[in-house]
Ligand binder design. Structure first.
Ligand SMILES: *Cc1c(COP(=O)(O)O)cnc(C)c1O
Length: 236
């Protein structure tokens, strides 16, 4: 790996960690409470390897196949996050490799995961993806559907529901982006309350390169950063 790539990644990591810290400070949060997942879907494996060597251990991929293949090529210490759509026929392939799945978008998928998990003797950590903005192009539960299905979801005993995930609209309208993040947090609080305190749903996965500071101000515990991390790397 050329020292050039190392230098660029080092600077990018430092700059993003600083921005996370500043956003946390603005709202009186501890920067330790925000996890940066490095989204590697567009990056060359060699750049990703370098990122890991520089101490980044939480990596996110959109495609189950690429996640599994990269997990075999990179150190065991990496914790893998699946952030893109999961088809039911890929569940048993991806489960052994993944630490957290952010993109659970139906009860049917949850039920399949629950039975695979029971069969394999594992307990996957999951986030329920919510389409807060209601855009037709987005995956995820409608908020009203999730509320209606929540009692059913709470009966699934072989999966751990860590919280919620969303994607903000592509929007220069920052108040609207903030509103989406805030609504996800309010929905989380409501689901936790309706579970009678049995589910605390600690994680909110929200915020990407263009909007992670707003997400942190609104309570994100996980931000998913791709393009800003690899900015300036040639040939990706
Ligand atoms: C690609 C992707 C990201 C990262 O987006 P950037 O804008 O490149 O930081 C985050 N979350 C999801 C679900 C993605 O697909």
């Amino acid at each position: 790996m050329s020292s050039n790539v190392t230098d660029i990644l080092t600077a990018n990591i430092r700059r993003i960690r600083e921005r996370i810290a500043v956003a946390c400070a603005r709202v009186g949060r501890d920067a330790q409470d925000v996890t940066m997942v490095a989204v590697t879907k567009y990056a060359e494996i060699e750049s990703v390897r370098e990122l890991v060597r520089l101490g980044v251990t939480e990596l996110g991929e959109s495609r189950p196949q690429q996640l599994v293949s990269r997990s075999e090529q990179l150190p065991q210490s990496v914790r893998w996050h699946l952030i893109g759509h999961l088809q039911r026929n890929k569940i048993e392939m991806v489960l052994p490799a993944v630490s957290q799945i952010h993109s659970i978008d139906s009860v049917r998928l949850l039920e399949s995961l629950n039975s695979s998990a029971r069969k394999l003797g594992v307990r996957p950590r999951l986030l329920l993806e919510v389409n807060v903005s209601g855009e037709a192009s987005k995956d995820g539960f409608a908020a009203a559907d999730l509320l209606a299905e929540w009692p059913t979801i709470c009966l699934l005993e072989s999966v751990e529901i860590d919280g919620l995930m969303t994607m903000a609209p592509h929007s220069e309208d920052l108040p609207n982006v903030r509103r989406v993040f805030r609504e996800l947090r309010v929905l989380r609080d409501r689901l936790a309350m309706e579970s009678g305190g049995t589910r605390s749903l600690p994680d909110l996965s929200m915020g990407m390169s263009g909007d992670f500071e707003i997400a942190i101000e609104e309570g994100a515990t996980i931000v998913r950063i791709g393009s800003s991390l690899f900015e300036g790397i040639p040939d990706r």
